[in-house]
Design a protein around this ligand. Structure first.
Ligand code: SF4
Ligand code: SF4
Ligand code: FES
Length: 244
C-alpha cells in the first residue's frame, strides 16, 4: 500500500482510502453504499440533509463531510441509524407536497427511492401542506417548488459548474425556500444544458418536453434499489470459491 493510502472499517468491512477522501467517497469507491441526498459526487459536499449520518468512533457525523482517517471505525447500516434516516425522509415528504403517482420523476427520484430502501411504508408525521409556487415561464425548464427538498445541489452546481448564480436560498427554518436571481425563471440565465438543472435529486427542476419518455416501470429505481449501482462495485467472490 502506498504512503498516502490507509484503511478503516465500515460495518466491519475494511475500506481502503486515499488521503483527502471523505468517508462517503472512500465507501463509494469500495462499493459500500451509505444513504445520502444532498451529496453529489461532482459537487462540494454541503452536509445539509444529514441522511448520511454515521457513527464514527462512536460519535455521529455526516459521512459526506468527514475526511476518512486511518483506523476509523464507522457504523452505518444499523437499525438505529437507518431508523433515523427514515424519519428524515418522512419529514421531507411531510414538509413538501409530494404526489408520486403523478410526478414526472417517479422511479428516478432519489427521495422516493430512499423511502423504499429504508422501508418507509407511510408518513407517520403530520403533513404541513405548504403553499409553494410553480414557475413555468422558461421556454425549456420549469420549477415545481412543491417537490423541493432544499438540498442545495442546484445552488452549488450553478455556482461552481455553470459560473452562474441562478439559485439560492431565502428565509430561515421552516420558511427556507429556493430562490432564483430574477422575478421569473425566463428572466434568469438558466439553460437546459446547465449542470444546475441536472443534479436535482427530485422532480423540482424539470426539463420541458422530456417527461415520460421512459415509461413508469422502466426507470432507474424501478429496476434496482438506490445504492445498487455502488454496491455492484464491491468485488464478489468468484463462482465456486464459496463452496471450496
Ligand atoms: S419528487 Fe419524488 S417524492 Fe416527490 S412527488 Fe416526485 S417522485 Fe414523489
Ligand atoms: S431544486 Fe432540487 S436541487 Fe435545488 S434545492 Fe431543491 S431539491 Fe435540491
Ligand atoms: S448527504 Fe451528507 S449531509 Fe446530506
Amino acid at each position: 500500500m502506498s504512503e498516502d493510502k490507509f484503511t478503516f472499517t465500515v460495518d466491519g468491512i475494511e475500506i481502503e482510502a486515499e488521503a483527502g477522501q471523505s468517508i462517503i467517497q472512500a465507501c463509494d469507491a469500495a462499493g459500500v453504499y451509505i444513504p445520502r441526498l444532498c451529496y453529489h459526487p461532482d459537487l462540494e459536499p454541503a452536509g445539509h440533509c444529514r441522511v448520511c449520518t454515521c457513527k464514527i468512533d462512536g460519535r455521529r457525523s455526516s459521512a459526506c463531510t468527514m475526511p476518512a482517517a486511518h483506523g476509523m471505525v464507522v457504523e452505518s447500516d444499523t437499525a438505529e441509524l437507518n431508523g433515523d434516516r427514515r424519519i428524515l425522509i418522512e419529514m421531507l415528504f411531510a414538509e413538501g407536497n409530494h404526489f408520486c403517482p403523478s410526478c414526472e420523476k417517479s422511479g428516478d427520484c432519489e427521495l422516493q427511492a430512499l423511502g423504499y430502501r429504508l422501508g418507509m411504508v407511510a408518513v407517520t408525521l403530520p403533513y404541513l401542506w405548504p403553499e409553494r409556487e410553480l414557475d413555468a415561464t422558461h421556454p425549456d425548464i420549469f420549477i415545481d417548488r412543491n417537490r423541493c427538498i432544499l438540498c442545495s445541489r442546484c445552488i452549488r452546481a450553478s455556482r461552481t459548474e455553470d459560473g452562474k448564480t441562478v439559485f439560492g436560498f431565502e428565509g430561515r427554518g421552516i420558511h427556507l425556500r429556493l430562490n432564483i436571481d430574477a422575478k421569473h425563471l425566463d428572466e434568469t440565465t438558466l439553460a437546459a444544458a446547465d449542470k444546475g438543472v441536472h443534479v436535482c435529486p427530485v422532480g423540482c427542476i424539470v426539463i420541458k418536453r422530456t417527461g415520460y419518455r421512459t415509461p413508469y416501470g422502466n426507470r432507474q429505481f424501478d429496476q434496482a434499489p438506490i445504492g445498487s449501482e455502488i454496491e455492484a462495485r464491491r468485488a464478489r467472490p468468484k463462482r465456486g470459491v464459496e463452496s471450496k
